[in-house]
Design a binder for this molecule. Structure first.
Ligand code: IMP
Ligand code: MG
Length: 198
């Protein structure tokens, strides 16, 4: 049924924000199937322990976990950074640790996006000290242009340009995480792209 003329669209979006689709939900799902196959082929028959970084990596983790055949367990960790300035100097702080030990396990860190690399550098150092059998990184998105820390992901969903993106776990002020696709956030009356470094 058509909406009455004056009805406002539902949802939490401000009229000064719009999201332009960059990667559709269908492309994301297809790519995740391929990544899951690649991961399983690299570790045939091994139990895999997926660790997701709250909150952004959760959608990727749940879809990836359901696509990997065989034994899979998972855990969660949360970090925060001390604002943008100190963030880029590497000040990442652990706010929620894992529930269980990773010693001797084949661990795949599952992150939404690899941007400056500071978060993953911190996590990889932390996890390495805990003596996993293997430690690998899977990211849905990679923004190579923004890299500060020399971190590489073993499994990358999509390499994207230097744009601020939302959806499929990624947020802008805690909103848009629930979008089933990844889109570029446009801001302001003229709907300009949000600078990625904000
Ligand atoms: P890094 O430490 O700079 O690599 O930052 C990674 C974290 O920054 C991600 O886990 C996201 O939470 C956040 N982030 C980086 N780029 C974006 C973006 O384009 N949109 C939303 N969040 C982002
Ligand atoms: Mg994140």
């Amino acid at each position: 049924m058509p909406l009455p003329k004056k009805a406002k669209p539902q949802g939490t979006r401000s009229p000064r924000e719009r999201v332009r689709v960059l990667i559709t939900g269908a492309r994301i799902q297809k790519r995740i199937q391929a990544l899951a196959r690649e991961i399983r082929n690299d570790f045939p028959g091994e139990p895999l322990h997926l660790i997701s970084v709250l909150k952004g990596g959760v959608f990727f983790l749940t879809d990836l976990a359901r696509s990997i055949p065989g034994e899979v367990s998972f855990d969660f960790i949360a970090v925060s950074s001390y604002g943008q300035k100190t963030h880029s100097s590497g000040q990442v702080r652990l706010t929620r640790d894992l529930d269980s030990s990773i010693e001797g396990k084949t661990v795949i860190v599952v992150e939404d996006i690899l941007d400056t690399g500071m978060t993953l550098r911190y996590l990889l150092r932390l996890f390495q000290q805990r003596k996993p059998k293997h430690l690998r990184v899977a990211v849905l998105l990679d923004k190579p242009e923004r890299r500060i820390a020399t971190v590489r992901a073993d499994y990358v969903g999509f390499s994207i340009p230097n744009e601020f993106v939302v959806g499929y776990g990624l947020d802008y002020a805690e909103r848009y995480r629930n979008l089933p696709y990844v889109g570029i956030l446009l801001l302001g009356p003229g709907l300009k792209k949000k600078p990625a470094e904000d």
